[in-house]
Design a protein around this ligand. Structure first.
Ligand code: SF4
Length: 165
């Protein structure tokens, strides 16, 4: 098994959001259950794709799959498009992961509050970017915790008290 087969989609997401958060989450220091934002995300997810989704767990990834003829479609629901790049690469990573297992598919990210859908297909530049991202994640996790640096969204982060008090 290759290293990236152990990386979770959330870790790819946090790589873009904050390296400290990535490191803390990856070392099982989790406070996500305390965050109202996470609860809101889960609620949105349930209410948006209640009827036709099928969540499956493959190794470290949990995805909602819809079968469309011979192909599959991954569906992600996000509460906000503030971290659109992070969400995009998290979802592209799922496609990358499935491709390594010989499964090809497409993806759609829904932002219900913004009434926006983003459709994604994995291409060569995405694969190259994900190769580099996974290497960098591995390097970050082997090192010391990256020093927290204050960002405008830190107050909404579940690690805020851990980082700044
Ligand atoms: S509070 Fe800020 S620095 Fe700390 S983990 Fe969260 S986003 Fe990163």
């Amino acid at each position: 098994m290759i290293d990236e087969m152990y990386v979770k989609g959330t870790q790819v997401n946090y790589y873009f959001v904050c390296k400290t958060k990535l490191w803390l989450f990856s070392h099982y220091i989790t406070m996500e259950h305390e965050s109202d934002m996470v609860k809101l995300g889960k609620l949105l997810h349930k209410s948006t794709f209640k009827r036709d989704n099928k969540e499956i767990q493959i190794g470290p990834i949990a995805i909602d799959l819809i079968r469309k003829g011979k192909t599959i479609e991954i569906r992600e629901v996000k509460k906000s498009d503030v971290f659109e790049e992070a969400h995009k690469f998290q979802t592209l990573y799922y496609l990358y992961f499935l491709e390594k297992l010989g499964v090809e598919g497409k993806a759609i990210i829904s932002f219900p509050k913004q009434r926006k859908n983003v459709r994604l297909e994995l291409d060569r530049s995405h694969r190259d970017s994900l190769d580099k991202i996974l290497q960098e994640i591995s390097k970050i996790l082997k090192g010391e915790m990256p020093k927290p640096s204050y960002k405008k969204f830190c107050r909404k982060c579940s690690y805020f008290e851990f980082c700044f008090t």
